[in-house]
Design a protein around this ligand. Structure first.
Ligand SMILES: [Zn+2]
Length: 288
């Protein structure tokens, strides 16, 4: 895939050079060139690939200015040039501040994520996503929060603050996860975030002791999935449960309903546990 990129300006093939990618349409005037290092930041093939596909990247940290100041920016294709697009400096202005939502995710231990949404939409909870590492629990937390916001008709600017450096590097396409499941999760998250006007993610580590509300192993995250539609069919001594296709919802279902057997969106649960399933659905929808 990386060897087969097209110029985001003219559509011709890009060629790899020692220090850059250049447009192969040499006879013409395109001349687009993307350096492998821009203002001190390594531009990975994955970032290039996003730039070629979408003509822009997410807002990324890790650039260093000529005055040695670190800064964040998106890379954007403008004609045959690559330019910076700077995030608005919103934080200093309190009225502007109301126009963006901040999602903070913190996974204090494997599988569990604290999710804090602040801004025009406010929400917080702790969710258990089962036997997954903290970096993926934070990814699940962002997916859940993103879908919660979209359900609440918020799709403007999003600032994400995460506690796990690996997760932030995955999210910024600086590192590709080795495991297929992790790659699938990150891609799912990008799709959800792609529905917002703009998003940026920052690594902001906080000591575990500062976790608001402490470490709660809540299995039924109240109101986290307000959009949930669950179908339950009797099937002999069992019930069949059909869930929407969302990895964070499915992970919470599996962690909450220990007797559930199955994979993907369809699970079998003993009839005796139907009440528990219905209680889980009502709680995560926010009906109880
Ligand atoms: Zn070109």
């Amino acid at each position: 895939m990386i060897n087969n990129l097209n110029c985001p300006s003219c559509g011709q093939k890009l060629k790899i050079q020692p220090n850059s990618w250049v447009c192969s349409w040499i006879c013409s005037n395109c001349g687009l060139q993307i350096n492998k290092k821009i203002s001190g930041k390594t531009i990975t093939p994955e970032i290039i690939s996003q730039l070629c596909k979408d003509k822009r990247t997410a807002i990324m940290s890790g650039f260093i200015s000529k005055n040695q100041k670190p800064f964040s920016a998106a890379l954007v294709v403008q004609g045959n040039r690559i330019v910076f697009e700077f995030p608005d400096h919103i934080n200093s202005n309190s009225t502007e501040n109301n126009k963006q939502v901040v999602i903070r995710v913190e996974s204090p231990s494997s599988g569990v994520a604290g999710i804090y949404i602040t801004g025009p939409v406010n929400f917080q909870c702790t969710a258990n996503f089962g036997l997954i590492p903290t970096r993926l629990a934070e990814c699940m937390g962002v997916i859940s929060a993103g879908r919660y916001l979209l359900y609440n008709q918020y799709n403007k600017r999003l600032v994400i603050k995460a506690n796990n450096r690996d997760f932030v590097e995955y999210a910024l396409r600086e590192v590709i996860p080795a495991r297929k499941e992790a790659r699938y999760l990150i891609e799912y998250m990008w799709q959800v975030l792609g529905r917002f006007e703009a998003w940026e993610i920052k690594y902001e580590h906080q000591k575990r002791s500062s976790l608001r509300g402490g470490v709660v192993q809540s299995t039924f995250p109240r109101g986290l999935f307000p959009w949930l539609k669950v179908d339950i069919f009797p099937e002999g001594k069992n019930i069949r449960v059909q869930l929407p296709d969302d990895p964070s919802l499915i992970a919470n279902f599996r962690a909450s309903i220990r007797t559930a057997q199955g994979e993907g969106c369809i699970y079998t649960v003993p009839s005796g546990a139907e009440k528990v399933v219905r209680a889980w659905a009502a709680t995560v929808k926010g009906q109880q």
